[in-house]
Design a protein around this ligand. Sequence first.
Ligand SMILES: Nc1ncnc2c1ncn2[C@@H]1O[C@H](COP(=O)(O)OP(=O)(O)OP(=O)(O)O)[C@@H](O)[C@H]1O
Ligand SMILES: [Mg+2]
Length: 310
Amino acid sequence: MRIFSDIDNDGSADPAGVRERIRANLSGVGATLALASVRGGVGKSMLAVNVAAALAMKGRKVVIVDADLNSPSISAMLGMKPQRRLPMIEGVEPAAGPHGLRVVSSDQLPGGEAPPISFVQDYDQADGNGAEPVAPAPTRPAELSYREALSRILSHSQLGSVDLLIIDLATGLDRLSTLASMVTLDGVLLLTHPSAQDTNAARNAMKIGRAIGAPIVGIVENMVGFNCDGCRAVRPLFPEGDLNGIAREAAVPIVGRLAFEPRLADTTDRGVLFVREYVATPTGKVLADVANQIDAMMIASRTRAADTLG
Ligand SMILES: Nc1ncnc2c1ncn2[C@@H]1O[C@H](COP(=O)(O)OP(=O)(O)OP(=O)(O)O)[C@@H](O)[C@H]1O
Ligand SMILES: [Mg+2]
């Protein structure tokens, strides 16, 4: 099977060198978890902030990398203001968020830009022959590829000692493939809706994940029903696909099923942490349980890695 990295290789940087720089830069990271989905808007960023916050409140040192470079949402969901930070070339400290959480995001990076910031850099003003630039100074940005921008972010961020690095990806397994070509992932959490189409896409994701070295260690099924105030039961939102069968076939656990909870949409929009404000609700309990399962998986993964080393 051809894999995305066969196709998505712009040749802009020596892949082995990039991987080595990133590995050195992430040497203080205990475990790395990516949140991925085949289809958009399934709740990756919502889950990232709530799982990270639940673990941070337990005393874990957690950093979230918002790898959705064009439309970052993590800072806003955590109630953080976009800030000017040190230029990437000098190395970037993650921005400080609530409960000791730290965030690396494209809306927290280069100084002087008003967010949102695309992953672009200024054109080199020289013409390549050492001549002076032609006036007026160019204002058009030169594009970096996603791969190049992400590798810069990962190799320049000064993360220090971290228990869990959560990487919140933009939608699409091509993004996961790009990430997996740079970082050794301890696991990937796949988010999906219950519809038959999403469920079929999840089946493909399991196979692709294995092929690209991005092991899917758990699935979260989101928006499985609507829990309205006046209803006695949770009402289905989608005609359901056979996620149980697919998870069984791939031997991957479904680590959580979340109903549609209007207060969850509201809190993420306002930058308020659901797992702190609504800890005792059914959704709060599912989120806390997912966080605990991830914590256990990541501890197990670190222990396995330590055993392998010696
Ligand atoms: N169970 C839920 N109940 C209510 N709202 C939810 C639920 N899950 C997610 N949302 C809301 O749905 C929207 C999409 O979620 P989110 O941005 O986390 O998805 P995503 O997978 O990160 O999207 P993208 O593909 O754009 O990155 C957000 O407004 C979020 O608050
Ligand atoms: Mg997102």
